[in-house]
Design a protein around this ligand. Structure first.
Ligand code: SF4
Ligand code: SF4
Length: 155
């Protein structure tokens, strides 16, 4: 049995530079799950009370029997925080900060190229190292689940 890990296709890193086209933030329904630390950062950035933030900007969605918070969308399915650009960019959620280096996109070269058909920033510009990509994939924060809401609402 080989003890060495299988070499990743991105051992030399992957190129990505956001063109700010907004495609991933607009125009179709999706989920932007929030971790506890996302909620804390965004509310700090917006100077918003946590309970009010959760009511105004999030919905509860069920995933693998967990009730998570996800950002709501506008009627045209743009993210609630999209206004020609991300209006909470410095405090944007982990899911947004780590795109497109999500496990499902870096699992194989084929999946990465497939993601590149959607996102024009893929395979362009800055090279992101293997370590950074692995760090993104491996250190996904625990997503905030509904049971935290009563604590948040005391704020
Ligand atoms: S689709 Fe890609 S290039 Fe366009 S805003 Fe999203 S991350 Fe940036
Ligand atoms: S929070 Fe910002 S980066 Fe994330 S989907 Fe919304 S507009 Fe896009």
């Amino acid at each position: 049995m080989h003890s060495q890990k299988k070499a990743r296709f991105y051992v030399k890193g992957l190129q990505f530079e956001c063109t700010k086209c907004g495609k991933c933030c607009t125009g179709f329904p999706g989920f932007v799950y929030l971790s506890e630390s996302d909620i804390l950062s965004i509310t700090k950035y917006l100077k918003e009370n946590i309970g009010r933030f959760l009511i105004k900007y999030t919905k509860n969605v069920s995933l693998f029997h967990e009730n998570r918070y996800s950002l709501i969308e506008k009627p045209n399915y743009d993210c609630v925080f999209w206004d020609s650009l991300c209006t909470i960019y410095p405090a944007r959620p982990y899911q947004c900060r780590t795109y497109p280096f999500w496990k499902k996109h870096v699992v194989s070269e084929r999946e990465w190229e497939k993601a590149g058909k959607f996102c024009p920033g893929i395979n362009r510009g800055i090279v992101h190292s293997k370590d950074l990509i692995e760090n993104f994939v491996q250190n996904i924060p625990g997503y905030a689940i509904r049971k935290f809401s009563s604590d948040f609402k005391k704020d």
